[in-house]
Ligand binder design. Sequence first.
Ligand code: BTN
Length: 314
Amino acid sequence: MQTLLKLLGDGRFHSGEELGLVLGISRSAIWKRLQSLESELGISIQSVRGKGYRLAEPLNLIDPQVVAAPWPLDVLFAVDSTNAEVMRRLEAGASTPFAVLAERQTAGRGRRGRPWVSPFGANLYCTLGISVRGGAKELEGLSLVVGLAVARAIQSMGVDGVGLKWPNDILLGGRKLAGILLELTGDPADLCWVAIGIGINVNMRTADSIDQPWTSLCQASGSMVDRNRLLIELNKELDWHLSRHREEGFSASREEWESLHIWQGRQVSLSTAANTVVGRALGIDEQGALRLEVDGVERRYSGGELSLRLSDDT
Ligand code: BTN
């Protein structure tokens, strides 16, 4: 399927006979493969009598040659989840840092056990594997810093109105644009390895199964976005923000994070599995914990399975 896609990638018409010759299979076998491209990968193929087949829309696949990441980057055609793949490689002793990206995830993971919708060639699904020495202190605010790097990368594509929702959602016009999922292995009190998973909705236009308001860069701007360019910006920002976090800790990023915080000063409700508290979002502290003013008293909340919403009474 990959070879067939590469051949069609030029956007021109190719006859079934020509494709069959290159792949060494019959015209009817080509037709079957084209059908799988449509059914499995959601790619639309135009078929015109006398001309052959071509892609209905241009493909914008990730080209590792163009991207030249600051760490080894492996681009896969498909994988269950880039986080799962990075965790497997970390557990097998891969040296860090390294990144795995996929054109498609068949079991993309979101926060709180949700699936992450990951159609072929549409968005960015990327996981960076790093090692962290020094225990929990060194991990403080890591996911918030990653959120900041993702927001900066998106801004550098000329997109206005990107904001952060604590702890690490990236929103555009109040809708979810990107998400981050960190997974850990090793000893969180000493040397541990972290899979930093990032999903950015780039050129996705439809997705029936997402159960929250979402958007993509393409949906918001009305035009397709170059995923290679976005990935270059993302790598650059990640490299810069992660270095600052490693050298100076989270406090160095705190003010910048708050400047992009969409609900700074607003009335919000924070839910855990057990209860909900309502208060005014004061910001975040030096460790990345959320500061809420509840009944005139400041309270702090960190990480875990907390869910933040704008309160109805604002
Ligand atoms: C969220 O729910 O907000 C987090 C979504 C994280 C999705 C990304 S896509 C790349 C990486 N691989 C996964 O399976 N999940 C993360």
